[in-house]
Every structure is written in structure tokens, then in C-alpha cells.
Ligand binder design. Structure first.
Ligand code: SF4
Ligand code: FES
Length: 368
């Protein structure tokens, strides 16, 4: 099998975050600050990524603005020839820091939205005053002229705000909105009962997205991550394991996807010990679920096996305890009916208590 080079790399610069979102998909065990890669090592990794063929670098976390060296990291990535996208809640970004990021060559910003009102956003983010600060940051982003994607994270509590989120994206001058229904990985698994959309909400969101794509064509691109527990077929997670992208965790572990550490039998290699290209092409973890040879039935003989590659390995692990199984979202999975019943039961839990993410630190650069 010919293995193509990755197109994109997600650099999780830190797991520290000022917010405490219950939907966080980072692992339950977060990387501590004293294990984070230093500036020089990230610089080396960015150069190795560019040599490997990576074109787009997504700088993420946690909250990447919690890294004091963020501007230096962006500069290093641009000098390596990478297109740089900052994925941020906005908390920790001042006007001065945004100007510095602009001078360093930052290409694009993806701003998360926890709700369209201060009440909703601050409740979901677990950070009082966060919405107000975020709106200030959105204004500076527009003034400087960064290309912007608004990332609206939606679930049972705030799906009714989707129409307003679409309006806000336009008011902010965003070129793109990602309507991202919560995916239940990592910490978010603790909150399925509190966040699972109802089937009616999921269907309504799909209708609103389809309408918006028609009416906003040419003005705003609408990406959509549906509530997959209510779907018939699973998503092609990561474009297929080990085909298009890789993640580097704050401590240097190289992962095929952000939730891969939940697959307990896999051993992940570290950029401190081995080159990125070797890890991409030769490591056991990246080769574990590449292609279709690993599949069992019903995927093995299914004509969609190279369309969705059997869905999400981490979802099969989280729900069935078997990362080699067909994603139970698939209607052909023997576990599909149970998943659907569980989704309906979770969605009926009304005001189930939110379990907030506990961050290893809330240190951010002071906003000005
Ligand atoms: Fe995809 Fe497997 Fe379902 Fe076929 S059986 S649609 S390959 S998940
Ligand atoms: Fe790991 Fe989908 S999140 S394969």
C-alpha cells in the first residue's frame, strides 16, 4: 500500500486552558505543564513536518494562547513554510498580541463559540466574562483583517442558538462557520447525558445548515459536523486513519487522531525520540488501522469501506471497547440499535448536571 504524506498537522501546544467546557474532547488525563515541548523542539517538529509534506498547521490546545512563546512558534512555523491556523477561544489574546501574531505571519484564526449570549457562553465555558472578552477579540480580528472561521460548538443546551450563530459569523466578517455538534470523545464522554441532542434537534440542525448553505452561497461557507449518534452512517474520521493528518500532543507524543490515546493497546512514539517521517510511515500505531486489511465484517465486504473506512476507531473503542469493530453509528453494525436507544435515553435527561473539565492550569497572558 502506498502511504501518502500528511496534509495537515494539529499541534496541541498545551492542555492548559482558561475555560472548563464540559464538551472538551481532550483526554481525561491531561499533559502537565512540565512535560510540554519547548520552543526549540516545536521549531524542529515544524521543520520536519514541512519536509514530510505537511501544508497546514493547526495550532491548538487546550488554549494555545496559554503558551507565552505563541508568537515565536507562529514565526517558526511560517519560516518552515507552513500555513498557520490558530484555534482559540480568544481568552488570553490582547490587541497587542494579535498584532504580534499578524507580524509573525499568522494566516488564519478559528474562534470557538460556546453560545450566542453571555449567559449561555459563560455557563458552558465555565468562565464568567468570557463571552464579553471573546467579542472584543472578534472585533480586533476583524480590524486586523485575519481570515476567520467561527467554530460554533453545539449540543442539546444550545442547538436552538444555531440561527443566531450563523448571523454572528456574518456580522464578524467570518469567511466560514463550522457548525460542530459535540463529538463524544475524551472528557465529553462524561457529559453524554447532559449534552446529547434530541433526534428532533439533530434533524432541525441539518435542515438549518442545508438552508444556510443555499442562501449564504458565495458569502459564508458552512461546514457541518452532525450529531453522529443519530446518523445512519459514520463519519470518515480523520479522512481515514493515517491518511491525511497527524496530531502532536503537548508532551510530544505523535497520534493518528486526538483521541487515539484511548486505544489502550497502541504504543505511541515521541518526537523527542524519533523523526516525524519515521513515525508517520513506520510506527505500529499509524499502521494499525491504515487501509482496509484490519477490517472485520460487516466492513470487510462493504462497498462503503473506502468511503468511511469503518468510521471512527476511537468511537468503537469508547462504546464497544473494541477499536477494530465497525463504528456502532453504522446502521450495519450489530450494536447500532443499542446506540440509538442509548442516544434517545441520554437526550431525555433534561437538565442533567454538567461535569466541567478540570484544567491543569488557568494561566493565560493577561488580556488588554
Ligand atoms: Fe462503513 Fe463499515 Fe458501515 Fe460499511 S459496514 S458503511 S464500511 S462502517
Ligand atoms: Fe480517533 Fe476518530 S477520533 S479515529
Amino acid at each position: 500500500m502506498t502511504i501518502p504524506p500528511p496534509i495537515a498537522m494539529l499541534a496541541e501546544l498545551t492542555h492548559r486552558c482558561p475555560l472548563s467546557c464540559p464538551y472538551c474532547s481532550n483526554p481525561v488525563e491531561l499533559a502537565r505543564i512540565d512535560t510540554e515541548l519547548d520552543t526549540d523542539t516545536w521549531e524542529r517538529v515544524f521543520n520536519e513536518a514541512a519536509q514530510l509534506g505537511v501544508l497546514q498547521l493547526h495550532l491548538s490546545g487546550g488554549e494555545p494562547a496559554s503558551r507565552r512563546d505563541l508568537v515565536a512558534l507562529v514565526k517558526a512555523a511560517r519560516e518552515a513554510g507552513l500555513y498557520t491556523n490558530l484555534i482559540t477561544s480568544g481568552i488570553g489574546l490582547s490587541r497587542r498580541r494579535l498584532d504580534e501574531l499578524d507580524s509573525a505571519g499568522l494566516d488564519h484564526i478559528q474562534l470557538s463559540l460556546q453560545g450566542t449570549t453571555p449567559e449561555m457562553a459563560d455557563e458552558i465555558g465555565g468562565y464568567r466574562g468570557g463571552y464579553k472578552r471573546k467579542m472584543g477579540v472578534a472585533g480586533w480580528i476583524a480590524e486586523i483583517g485575519f481570515p476567520l472561521t467561527l467554530n460554533a460548538v453545539l449540543h442539546r443546551r444550545n442547538l436552538h442558538q444555531l440561527p443566531r450563530a450563523l448571523e454572528m459569523a456574518q456580522e464578524m466578517g467570518a469567511r466560514r462557520i463550522e457548525v460542530a455538534t459535540v463529538q463524544f470523545h475524551g472528557w465529553a464522554l462524561k457529559n453524554r447525558a447532559a449534552l446529547m441532542p434530541t433526534r428532533a434537534q439533530a434533524a432541525e440542525a441539518t435542515r438549518i445548515v442545508q438552508d444556510a448553505r443555499a442562501t449564504l452561497k458565495g458569502k459564508l461557507v458552512v461546514d457541518y459536523v452532525p450529531a453522529d449518534y443519530h446518523d445512519e452512517y459514520p463519519k470518515r474520521c480523520m479522512g481515514g486513519w493515517g491518511t491525511t493528518g497527524l496530531n502532536v500532543a503537548p508532551d510530544g507524543l505523535v497520534l493518528p487522531c486526538h483521541a487515539a490515546q484511548s486505544i489502550s493497546h497502541l504504543r505511541f512514539e515521541n518526537v523527542r525520540d524519533r523523526g516525524l517521517a519515521d513515525i508517520w510511515y513506520d510506527s505500529a500505531a499509524f499502521n494499525a488501522y491504515r487501509g482496509t486489511d484490519w477490517m472485520a465484517e460487516p466492513c470487510k465486504s462493504c462497498d462503503r469501506r473506502t468511503v468511511d473506512f469503518g468510521g471512527c476507531r476511537c468511537q468503537a473503542m469508547a462504546i464497544l471497547g473494541d477499536p477494530g469493530a465497525t463504528d456502532p453509528v453504522c446502521v450495519k453494525s450489530p450494536h447500532h440499535a443499542r446506540l440509538r436507544a442509548d442516544a434517545a435515553a441520554f437526550a431525555e435527561e433534561g437538565d442533567a448536571t454538567l461535569t466541567y473539565r478540570l484544567s491543569p492550569g488557568r494561566s493565560v497572558e493577561p488580556a488588554e
